[in-house]
Ligand binder design. Structure first.
Ligand SMILES: NC(=O)c1ccc[n+]([C@@H]2O[C@H](COP(=O)([O-])OP(=O)(O)OC[C@H]3O[C@@H](n4cnc5c(N)ncnc54)[C@H](OP(=O)(O)O)[C@@H]3O)[C@@H](O)[C@H]2O)c1
Length: 330
């Protein structure tokens, strides 16, 4: 089958090769003792960890060479009988590795029937962003309807999923983004007010919403942004840490937590859910009606052929992406 290999850690431009390689081995456990689903991949998501893999900077380092690609959309070839899936079903799945290939194995508990009306390109942008959004807002952040939340990187893959889900769950959403095109998309996702990155967003939010926000969700990070986020929180507010696309891991001053009973909360979706079939199923059950009624709708900004994976990574890292980049596999 055609696949992309990461062959070394020399960076996105030189570390990838299009190869003809063996299909993944016969059905074998992936997470815990779970039997996987074999999927013919139609589209594969391009995510930040894929970029880090080419640089050897991801926290987990698979043995080289390996097929990257954490999530896919495609057609079931074979599935364990207890999964409720059957050959020919259209599915979206989180596979962790191996998705940039014509076939992949994914855990049954992270493989979901493609919602009605969703195409495969969007399906490849569905699982990790929206499941993480739920984990952040509800499981870790404790969102209740009517709360005001601020979302950083609100037009990115994860940020836009958080804006859509928070709106669907009845929150009032404020957003921070870096361009007018991103501001327009954040509004379309449900943000009531959008602010531009730079020195001014904190002051503007303080002026417009002097009572503050109950929760800040931050996939971007950096110490200055984190401290300003603590400053716009209302008393008892929660600062939810999701990632560091800014390239800087935030340092959080503990005195700011103490002064107004704030909480800093980390979110690691994989740590919460991998191998815990019941948790995954219950998250998806909550999300599915919103996919079906269109309130949750992944945006695919750019599509690349499998052999152009390096260009796809470059695009994803460029900061001008709105939504998700995907690879078209077949
Ligand atoms: N904790 C978890 O469980 C979990 C799960 C999934 C993903 N993540 C992480 O969440 C982060 C966001 O993922 P994503 O898919 O939303 O990423 P993304 O779409 O590529 O980027 C999110 C946003 O980061 C902002 N950004 C700020 N500085 C940037 C820079 N120097 N380069 C690129 N972007 C920059 C951009 O917003 P503006 O231009 O508007 O500032 C961009 O839209 C990643 O670090 C990912 O690994 C964490």
């Amino acid at each position: 089958m055609r696949a992309i290999h990461v062959v070394d850690h020399s960076g996105p431009e030189t570390a990838l090769r299009l190869v003809d390689t063996a299909r993944p081995p016969q059905l074998a456990p992936l997470f815990s003792d779970e039997m996987p689903v074999r999927i013919a991949v139609h589209a594969a998501g391009v995510t930040y960890p894929d970029l880090l893999h080419t640089e050897g900077k991801y926290q987990e380092q698979p043995e080289l060479p390996f097929v990257p690609g954490a999530e896919v959309s495609g057609t079931v070839i074979a599935a364990p009988s207890e999964s409720g899936l059957a050959p020919g079903d259209a599915v979206a799945a989180y596979c962790h590795h191996g998705g940039w290939a014509e076939e992949v194995l994914a855990p049954a508990s992270l493989t979901y029937t493609l919602p009605a009306g969703m195409d495969h390109d969007a399906g490849a942008a569905m699982v990790s962003n929206y499941h993480t959004a739920y984990a952040a807002l509800v499981l870790r952040g404790g969102l209740t309807a009517g709360e005001r939340v601020l979302v950083h990187g609100a037009a990115g893959g994860l940020g836009s999923a958080i804006v859509q889900l928070a709106s669907a769950l009845g929150a009032e959403v404020l957003a921070v983004v870096s361009s007018s095109a991103k501001a327009e998309y954040a509004r379309a996702c449900g943000a009531r007010a959008v602010f531009r990155v730079g020195d001014e967003w904190r002051r503007q939010i303080k002026e417009s919403f002097p009572e503050g926000v109950q929760m800040v969700l931050d996939p971007v990070g950096g110490s200055a942004r984190s401290v300003d986020s603590l400053r716009v929180l209302a008393q008892g507010g929660r600062y939810v840490v999701l990632g560091f696309t800014s390239g800087e891991i935030s340092q959080i001053p503990a005195n700011r937590l103490l002064l107004r009973n704030l909480t800093a909360v980390g979110v690691a979706w994989g740590d919460l859910t991998f191998g815990r079939q019941g948790v995954n199923a219950s998250i998806h059950e909550k999300l599915e009606p919103f996919f079906t009624d269109g309130r949750l709708s992944p945006l695919v900004s750019d599509r690349f052929e499998l052999q152009d994976a390096a260009a796809a990574l470059k695009k994803m890292a460029s900061r001008d992406v709105i939504g998700r980049v995907v690879l078209l596999v077949r």
